[in-house]
Design a protein around this ligand. Structure first.
Ligand code: SF4
Length: 376
């Protein structure tokens, strides 16, 4: 078995994102730290059991930060129970997944959420009012809680909207900068910013402009991007474009669907551009008449098997010798169809391991994976 040091590991892309670094509980955001993946629960927050179940599932799926909406006093009371359960579950030195309260209009919900122990609060200061904002910042300082200024097309201040006529990228940026200034005037800088739009071009333009103007961490997202298929495409283009330019410190893929899909897509975006360690990357061909093994079936089975495996690994599964050997040589595990009898060659770290019948390929790949120790 190859030594651990021989493993091919994706390098963290050396992009420099925002210079400021903030901490949301156990997760550092900005300042060159890894891009964090977020999602948001869609249970009734008051339903503590269901919300906790969703948090556990999200964490297992690789979520780094989780947001919970807090529209009522009952919901912030529920957050208190949720955080207590999460805290009781871990040991003294293992902090639980950071919880961020999402507040829209009532500053009192933010105060209650911070008293309940959340590590972050998402606000739109334009909806809160100056007095409420002062109270929130005072509490955030006392409890070392971070904030997010969450601007989106539907919540730009009336005068800014009048100036631009519609929620353009410039309007989003102006609103964000105004609100950054409000927090700075209160001597508070422990925050990140988002300027989301459901229009991909508007969001990309807004984030590009904003990244030239401020050094606070940026949370990226294409808001209300739709159901799984269109939402995945829109988010991949918008978020992917920005990340490739070195913009963005945390992301949320916003889908009308299962929140676990949001995490899966978010992680896949990061994985696709080499910004996610400890994950399995599967390279497989589209197949054609030359295919000698069932590439599609084998790839899908291995993908399901690897969903929750947290090691850096590249697996290539190709149908024939046209491209198979080349890909196999650069993968940790490489498989390709070898002859008309359905035999496949299996390579491990560039060396031929065996020739196997098609029916044994999945089993052999799983065995090799299980022999590889996880990253420490
Ligand atoms: S690797 Fe072979 S089977 Fe797969 S698409 Fe290319 S030529 Fe076709």
């Amino acid at each position: 078995m190859p030594r651990k040091s021989d493993r091919i590991i994706f390098k963290q892309v050396p992009f420099v994102t925002s210079k400021n670094c903030i901490r949301v509980g156990r997760v550092k955001i900005g300042g060159g730290n890894s891009v964090a993946v977020q999602t948001m629960t869609n249970t009734k927050t008051e339903d503590v059991h269901s919300t906790l179940e969703q948090i556990y599932a999200a964490e297992s799926a690789g979520c780094d930060l989780i947001r919970i909406s807090c529209p009522t006093a009952e919901s912030t009371l529920a957050v208190r129970s949720i955080i207590k359960t999460l805290s009781d579950r871990g040991s003294a030195d293992t902090a639980h997944i950071p919880i961020i309260a999402d507040i829209h209009f009532d500053y009192r919900r933010a105060i209650e959420a911070m008293e309940a122990g959340v590590q972050g609060v998402r606000i739109n200061p334009g909806n809160i009012g100056n007095e409420g904002l002062k109270e929130i910042v005072k509490k955030a300082k006392e409890s070392a809680c971070s904030l997010r200024i969450g601007i989106n097309s539907g919540s730009i201040e009336r005068d800014v909207l009048l100036k631009y006529g519609k929620p353009t990228a410039a309007a989003l940026v102006e609103s964000a900068v105004l609100n950054c200034k409000k927090l700075e005037d209160l001597d508070y800088t422990n925050f990140k910013v988002s300027v989301k739009s459901s229009d991909v071009r508007t969001a990309v333009e807004a984030y590009r402009k904003l990244s030239e103007m401020i050094e606070y961490p940026l949370h990226l997202g294409i808001t209300e991007s739709g159901t799984y298929f269109p939402g995945t495409i829109k988010s991949s283009i918008g978020i992917g474009t920005l990340l490739m330019e070195g913009i963005g410190d945390t992301i949320r893929v916003s889908l009308s669907g299962n929140i676990l899909d949001e995490i899966k897509v978010g992680r896949q975006i990061l994985k696709s551009i080499g910004m996610l360690n400890n994950c399995v990357d599967i390279v497989s061909c589209p197949t054609c008449s030359r295919a000698l093994i069932d590439v599609i079936g084998i790839s899908q089975e291995i993908e399901r098997y690897c969903e929750n495996i947290r090691i850096s690994l590249k697996i290539s599964i190709l149908g024939c010798v046209v491209n198979g050997p080349g890909e196999a040589m650069t993968a940790d595990i490489g498989v390709f169809g070898f002859n008309e009898s359905g035999l496949a060659k299996i390579y491990v770290r560039g060396k031929e391991k065996c020739i196997a019948e098609e029916s044994r390929i999945v089993e052999i790949i799983k065995d090799v994976i299980s022999e590889i120790e996880p990253e420490s």
